[in-house]
Design a protein around this ligand. Structure first.
Ligand SMILES: [Zn+2]
Ligand SMILES: [Zn+2]
Ligand SMILES: [Zn+2]
Length: 918
């Protein structure tokens, strides 16, 4: 505390008692909520809340949407670009043409702060985005988890040979990736209405897309027999006929991004095609002289419009060009039917000239950069123990239990007798003392408390004599060798484990260790324990509402056994390609997680048979055998597990589960990750007695378990998910005027409207399907690339390729927000550092005069190395030069370079060669 120090009534000058937490997280963040309660309860003296709330609102609302000449507009926001990190690329600068094009809708693996992009786009953008990767986004929220959705448009690229084409499939993406010269447009991003509602974000204008067009078509031709597949991808003739016959806008397939070019570019383009274009008699192909389109800048304009074309020097050809030609106000003989443009807005002009309505194709772009990479990995503490058994220094730095069993305090002492801090317990039945939780007689032991000050044994939390806290822990010598040998003998295992590690010290209050047998069996199955005795696996949360049996590796027969009888259309399940509604407590986990869970089931069976001497429970051999086992989901910072059932597997590095399930764990899916554990493991091996005796020690532990998931009890955010098969026409129209999402709360089929009925669990739908929930790269390139310099190179390489990204700006941001602070920090840390013993890891503020560790005689070294201070200097200088960053940033790098030089180089004693004097 800076001010008001040394107050008599307050016994410390530290920030204390969670005051900061209450003020910041409690009062400031939850002011509206508190106000609600204060008003309800009619408590006086809280009027100042009003000021706090209105103050917050006025500053944030004004930046949202702006009115320019009477028309509401969505303003670019660059908040997501802050704190850029090396190796995590920017995919689009704020609202820039070429960035993600917003498309409204929900796929079965999106919503609830997860958005969909084309898996082809993931691949074309150098594998940086994989399923589960978090992106920081411009809107509607701050971040979103990414899921593959292949029914939306992929990226449009220019290849080395000049061809411009859109890549929608994974096969094309892999085939063409190495030939991509520029990514002109990174494709669509699918965001559902519910995410706008949840974030209370005004509805940004929808692009003209098939879902919108088909509704205008149906309205104009209510009786027409429609074949949706054919209408989705019509020929140019059909598209133009429909415009004419039904007087509906031009099909989105042939609608180009006219809003991205201006009147003069439009005029030049129309003139060029009129003068030099050559249209095949049947109107199927338009040929243009390549060199002229380049010289006039019209090749780039074609690219900006996303008009796909092929280059075959000296000709540039456009397939199905008629709607494009008409949109330019030309006729079939390519003669221009207009002289001047009247309106400032190009689209208005086109709508007058073309003879049909052309809607904006990509009015909303969403900026994005990479946040956290996806996760699917075992939970390991550092260093990772197999058993919660304390061995102090006896196991060395690796905490090896085998080493501890043979440890000698000095050459004359008995091997394996080691001093550790451990809790003393006493058996209430036979009075035998020890540290084990259970006495040899079978009775459960109790902690044997004593007063550390008076030394007397007391059976209370406080000493009656001196009022100090009692404890049961003390330093004592234990015969670890015989404990070790007995444990192996007890479960009939041989001592030939590759690695078997314990902990230095128990963190819990009573310091009662686990039975060592549990650790032996964990090590045997290559499993690690968490601080509470459970084995866990972490995965990124991604929502999933529907599945196909084929994609999760489970047969129809097994699905039927698990209760999946009918598909979404009510047809009995017979084919593994049918789409089924996911039951809300079923989980689809990564194959790596499945392998780990399989080993946990085998460990539990071993434990049941060999340690508890009862029958095995799981009897598993193959991952097919673990389909249907019960798991527990648990999020960090919470203490409530949620019961789940393992349904199937995915190659994606994520944990797919129903949004309700994620919400029950108090997560949303904006890049969060949490863990699953086997239910039996939690029931058998978890104990509160292992939990660390410090603030937060009770967190991230399954203290309670939710067995039945009631949607009305989960986080309200999950109630704002839309479950409809399509969005109404009025919705698309209203977005053009930046409508308030609340206006559609009653129109959209939200979860909130289904609560309390059976429909809260079933008959969900989605607007966009995806053929494979695991499509795309298996892992983000961020994880597969090696050093930070390699990551940064790849990031800048991608920045140069994407048209919507300004590479020098990325370079500058990485330097100022990552490398420079890192270098300044390390430089400062170097001069303030302490020293550390390599052998026992004891830390010293100053190097001991003897030069060796006073505790164990080990070598004492510095904790911050010269290398870690200098590591980013060379790359910073290189990047600053290559991307020509601002001179201010360049000078900052230069200055810190001088600082380092003066610190590490002694300029008085410079070594010189003989040649220096000649
Ligand atoms: Zn006993
Ligand atoms: Zn006492
Ligand atoms: Zn030492």
């Amino acid at each position: 505390v800076e001010g008001h120090r040394n107050l008599e009534r307050i016994n410390t000058n530290r920030v204390r008692g969670g005051m900061a937490l209450v003020l910041a997280e409690g009062l400031a963040l939850k002011a509206p909520k508190i106000q609600k309660h204060v008003k309800n309860l009619k408590i006086d003296g809280w009027e100042w809340l009003e000021q706090l709330i209105s103050g917050v609102k006025s500053s944030s609302d004004s930046e949202e949407d702006e009115e320019t000449d009477g028309k509401p507009k969505i303003k670019p926001k660059d908040k997501y670009m802050r704190d850029l990190i090396a190796g995590r690329p920017v995919f689009s600068h704020p609202s820039r043409p070429g960035g993600f094009r917003l498309r409204y809708g929900r796929s079965r693996n999106t919503s609830f702060a997860a958005a969909g992009i084309s898996p082809a786009g993931m691949i074309v953008m150098d594998d940086f985005i994989a399923p589960g990767t978090q992106l920081k986004v411009e809107r509607p929220g701050k971040a979103a988890g990414m899921a593959p959705v292949d029914s939306i448009e992929g990226p449009t690229v220019r290849l080395n040979n000049g061809d411009v084409l859109r890549i929608d499939t994974i096969d094309e993406a892999y085939a063409l990736r190495s030939e991509v010269e520029e990514i002109i447009d990174i494709g669509e991003i699918l965001i559902n209405y519910g995410d706008f509602l949840e974030n209370n974000h005004p509805l940004a204008p929808s692009p003209y897309c098939f879902e919108w067009w088909i509704q205008e078509y149906r309205k104009a031709a209510p009786d027409a027999e429609t074949d949706e597949a054919e209408l989705k991808d019509p020929t140019q003739e059909v598209a133009l006929d429909l415009c004419k016959e039904l007087n509906i806008p031009l099909h989105p397939k042939f609608t180009y991004l006219w809003h991205d070019i201006d009147n003069s570019q439009y005029t030049v383009l129309a003139d060029l095609i009129s003068e030099d274009g050559l249209l095949e008699a049947d109107g199927s192909i338009l040929k243009l002289p390549l060199q002229r389109t380049i010289d006039t800048g019209m090749k780039k304009v074609l690219e900006d419009l996303l008009v796909q074309h092929k280059v075959n020097d000296p000709t540039l050809t456009i397939q199905e060009p008629l709607p494009f030609i008409y949109s330019l106000g030309l006729d079939k003989r390519l003669s221009k039917g207009w002289d001047s443009l009247e309106h400032e807005e190009l689209l208005e002009n086109i709508n007058e000239i073309a003879g049909f309505v052309v809607r904006p194709r990509a009015p909303t772009r969403i900026g994005a950069r990479m946040g956290r990479p996806e996760k699917s990995d075992k939970r390991k503490m550092t260093p990772a123990p197999h058993a919660l058994f304390p061995i102090a220094e006896a196991g060395g730095n690796t905490r090896s239990l085998e080493k501890a069993a043979n440890f000698k305090v000095n050459t004359n002492s008995k091997a394996g007798t080691i001093p550790v801090e451990i809790g003393n317990r006493i058996c209430p039945a036979c009075g035998v003392e020890g540290f084990e939780f259970r006495c040899d007689c079978g009775e459960y032991t109790l902690p044997k408390l004593f007063c550390p000050r008076c030394g007397i044994s007391v059976n209370k939390a406080k000493c009656p004599k001196c009022d100090s806290k009692t404890t049961c822990t003390s330093m004592r010598k234990i015969d670890f060798k015989s404990i070790y040998q007995k444990a192996y003998a007890n479960i009939g295992e041989r001592d030939h484990l590759d690695s078997f590690k314990g902990v230095k010290k128990m963190m819990s209050k009573h310091m009662t260790p686990e039975p060592l047998e549990k650790g032996i069996l964990r090590a045997k199955h290559d499993l690690f324990t968490f601080k509470d005795g459970t084995v866990r696996y972490d995965m990124s949360d991604i929502p999933l509402t529907h599945i196909r049996p084929s994609e999760i590796g489970v047969s129809c027969e097994r699905m039927i056994e698990l209760g999946y009888l009918k598909d979404i259309y009510g047809k009995p399940l017979t084919d593994s390609e049918q789409v089924l509604c996911l039951k809300v407590q079923d989980l689809v986990i990564s194959y790596d997680a499945a392998d780990y869970i399989l080993r946990i089931t085998q460990y539990i069976d071993d434990l049941l048979v060999k340690y508890y001497k009862v029958a095995p429970y799981y009897n598993t051999k193959h991952i097919d055998d673990i389909v249907g086992v019960l798991l527990m989901g648990l999020a960090p910072h919470t203490s409530a597990g949620v019961l789940g059932r393992l349904l199937g597997f995915t190659t994606a590095s994520v944990g797919y589960a129903h949004p309700y399930f994620h919400a029950a764990k108090r997560r949303n899916c904006d890049g969060d990750e949490d863990c699953v554990m086997l239910l039996m493991d939690g029931l058998l091996n978890f104990s509160r007695d292992y939990l660390p005796d410090k603030r937060g020690g009770q967190m991230d532990a399954p203290l309670v378990l939710t067995t039945r998931l009631d949607p009305s009890e989960v986080d309200k955010e999950a109630h704002n998910i839309d479950m409809c098969a399509s969005y109404p026409l009025e919705f698309y129209e209203a977005t053009q005027n930046i409508a308030n999402p609340k206006d559609f709360e009653d129109t959209m089929d939200l979860v909130s409207s289904r609560l309390g009925t059976t429909l809260q669990y079933e008959e969900f739908m989605f607007t966009h399907d995806t053929s494979n929930i695991a499509a795309g790269p298996l892992k983000s390139a961020y994880k597969t690339l090696g050093t930070m310099v390699e990551k940064m190179d790849a990031q800048l390489e991608l920045a140069k390729k994407i048209r919507a990204v300004d590479a020098p700006d990325v370079a500058e941001r990485v330097l100022t927000s990552h490398f420079l602070p890192d270098m300044f920090g390390n430089l400062r840390a170097f001069s303030r550092q302490g020293t550390r013993c390599v052998k026992c890891a004891a830390k010293f503020r100053r190097p001991p005069l003897t030069g060796s560790c006073p505790k164990c005689g080990g070598r004492v070294i510095l904790t911050v190395h010269e290398g870690s201070v200098k590591k980013y200097l060379q790359v910073s200088i290189k990047v600053a030069e290559e991307y020509n960053v601002s001179s201010y940033t360049k000078q900052r790098i230069e200055l810190i370079g001088y600082d380092m030089k003066s610190l590490f180089e002694n300029d008085k004693s410079k070594q010189m060669g003989l040649s220096d004097f000649m």
